[in-house]
Design a protein around this ligand. Structure first.
Ligand code: NAP
Length: 272
């Protein structure tokens, strides 16, 4: 087992904890008696979740409202955690979102904000929090990628590439940290019903038509697979057999044959 035992001066920092998969991961960690530090932009949601987790599990919960697309705000996080008298021994990089549509029709600022949140913040927080983990020879990292990591996605080019980065990066730092007492797991969900589709701007009917029911996994089951995978020190966790099959297919298929099919099926590419 690699998840640490509860300690009063240690915390699990969970980004994107105000909704969806991150909220469920925070709940599962708290249910194990671990103190959690909740990070996202929407402070009101984090405060409500903090109250609920304290009441339900009797654990210590802090809220650090942060815009992770802001590099200065990321840089400030270790100091804010230290000011609480805490050290991070579990880091869950879950915050993220996708844009939708071909790049030639994109909002450049939003594309960059996505890469800052989905990629830069992951790199930033791993670089900031791993030195102390290595020094203590104890720590667990869970990076939330996606099955979008296993093949390029015309219609969500920046998102697919961001998640491919997170997957590759997680594999590489897992190897670097193997002898340092720190574990790294990449969680790669397929479709999950959360706030994600609405933030991206997917039409619910179109997405239901494109993604057959068998691929959908509830957020709590995705979170449980991630937490258990981190505890078991697994390199990659893909919740659901159909998603594991589709990831393998996406990974192995020749791009020249696969990408026209992916583009044709993607709702955001229909009138492109
Ligand atoms: N849902 C899916 O189908 C699916 C599939 C595969 C992978 N994923 C990945 O799973 C992760 C969680 O997504 P979800 O499905 O749970 O979606 P969600 O319900 O929309 O949650 C996204 C979380 O990220 C936070 N966030 C977004 N931008 C942020 C920023 N700039 N700074 C700080 N926090 C930010 C949001 O909080 P605030 O808005 O309060 O900041 C929210 O807590 C993401 O990395 C996503 O790419 C999702």
């Amino acid at each position: 087992m690699s998840l640490p035992a509860p300690q009063s001066d240690r915390t699990c920092l969970v980004t994107g904890a105000s909704s969806g998969i991150g909220e469920e991961i925070a709940g599962l960690l708290a249910a194990r008696g671990l103190g959690v530090t909740l990070v996202a932009r929407t402070e009101s949601k984090l405060l409500a979740l903090a109250d609920a987790l304290r009441a339900r599990h009797g654990v210590r919960v802090e809220v650090l409202a942060t815009d992770l697309a802001d590099a200065d705000a990321c840089s400030a996080l270790p100091g804010r955690v230290a000011d609480l008298g805490l050290a991070v021994n579990v880091l869950v990089n879950n915050a993220g979102f996708s844009t939708l549509g071909p790049v030639y029709r994109s909002d450049a600022e939003r594309e960059i904000a996505m890469v800052r949140t989905d990629v830069e913040a992951v790199v930033h927080l791993c670089a900031l929090f791993t030195p102390a983990m290595v020094e203590r020879r104890s720590g667990c990292i869970l990076n939330v990628a996606s099955t979008a990591a296993f093949q390029p996605i015309p219609g969500q080019a920046g998102y697919g590439a961001s998640k491919a980065f997170v997957l590759s990066y997680s594999h590489a730092i897992r190897e670097e940290l193997r002898s340092q007492g720190v574990t790294v797991t990449a969680l790669c969900p397929g479709p999950v019903e959360t706030g994600f589709a609405e933030v991206a701007g997917f039409d619910q009917t179109e997405i239901a038509e494109t993604m057959p029911k068998m691929f959908w996994v509830p957020a709590v089951d995705v979170a449980r697979a991630g937490v258990e995978g981190m505890d078991a020190n697994r390199a990659v966790v893909i919740p659901g057999l159909p998603n594991r099959a589709s990831a393998a297919f996406g990974w192995l298929s020749p791009r020249r044959l696969l990408l026209p099919v992916v583009a044709k099926a993607h709702p955001a590419m229909r009138d492109a």
